[in-house]
Design a protein around this ligand. Structure first.
Ligand SMILES: Nc1ncnc2c1ncn2[C@@H]1O[C@H](COP(=O)(O)OP(=O)(O)O)[C@@H](O)[C@H]1O
Ligand SMILES: [Mg+2]
Length: 293
């Protein structure tokens, strides 16, 4: 565990200031006290559509409005862990150990530089983990069981899924209350999604009756591009109210932030990207409040 959660450390003080500004400028949405935690899987089997970016930055924006949030990095590539500034030596206990039952959430969660935000990092073992799990009892429900044992410390748990619909993603969908789908505003965006929707349907019937689509978020939207607008219209027509009003613009600051090991809210709070993720968090929390009510 790093000592970043200690408010007396210089690093913690450094980030404390921007996070206070965040709290002040963000619409407040109150959650009923004693509410159960909610588990959201961020999933789309297509790579490069903004899953990791959304998991990391939505989680940061939620933490900035005082939710205690856990990101579970379920992608062997570990991009969420890197984007949250977790170096290799803090990944010794990781998602792999969660799935094998060798570690609990409490043991595997690492504090990030953002107050209230923790991550179970990904590790190299996870790459082979999908194959290893094939022979394990209850292989589709390993993550659900791990979360049931010690997930209550967090109000929101966001799972960053790998770009496939294999056993790792199945574990996420079985564990989750709802799925959030980032969709890149480009040609054929809807094509791949029908596959995901069918998978969600199957998981609901077979393993997890409560699973629903929490929302669809359009990512990398370029307002100057006509195609982007056409895709947005199509997606809204198809999914209706499931699509968030907030769209995430294509923003170079968003793509720079991970190489600094920082979420966009810490890297450049004033950027369009950061503001978009703050707005998205406001919408997500409002929707979650309606579910809890
Ligand atoms: N809104 C955005 N504007 C600019 N670049 C983005 C945006 N969202 C994501 N990216 C970049 O696009 C790439 C893919 O995004 P990522 O979140 O890693 O997708 P996924 O997890 O679905 O594979 C990354 O390099 C990321 O920094
Ligand atoms: Mg990713």
């Amino acid at each position: 565990m790093s000592n970043l959660s200690d408010p007396e450390t210089p690093q913690a003080q450094q980030i404390d200031a921007p996070s206070r500004t965040l709290t002040a400028s963000t619409p407040t949405v109150s959650m009923p006290t004693g509410a159960m935690h909610r588990i959201l899987a961020i999933s789309n089997q297509k790579g490069g559509v903004g899953k990791t970016t959304t998991a990391v930055n939505l989680a940061t924006a939620m933490a900035a409005v005082n939710r205690k949030v856990l990101v579970i990095d379920l992608d062997p590539q570990g991009n969420a862990s890197t984007s949250l500034g977790i170096d290799q030596k803090h990944r010794a206990i990781n998602t792999y150990h969660l799935l094998t039952g060798e570690a609990s959430i409490t043991q595997a969660a690492v504090a990030t530089a953002v107050p209230n935000l923790f991550v179970v990092p990904s590790g190299v073992d996870l790459a082979g983990g999908e194959l290893e799990l094939v022979d394990v009892e209850n292989r589709h429900a390993r993550l659900r069981d791990a979360l049931a044992a010690s997930g209550d410390d967090f109000e929101f748990i966001l799972i960053d899924c790998p770009p496939s619909l294999g056993l790792l993603t199945l574990n996420a969908l079985v564990a989750a209350d709802a799925v959030m789908v980032p969709l890149q505003a480009e040609f054929l965006a809807l094509e791949g999604v029908s596959h995901l929707v069918r998978t969600i349907e199957r998981v609901r019937k077979g393993f997890n009756p409560r699973l629903e689509i929490q929302g669809i978020v359009l990512t990398m939207v370029d307002k100057r591009n006509n195609l982007s607008e056409m895709v947005e219209n199509d997606v809204r027509e198809f999914f209706g109210a499931k699509v968030y009003n907030t769209v995430i613009p294509r923003n170079v600051r968003i793509s720079e932030a991970p190489s600094h090991g920082k979420p966009i809210l810490l890297y450049d709070l004033q950027s369009k990207g950061a503001q978009a993720y703050l707005n998205l968090a406001g919408e997500v929390l409002k929707r979650e409040q309606a579910v809890a009510a």
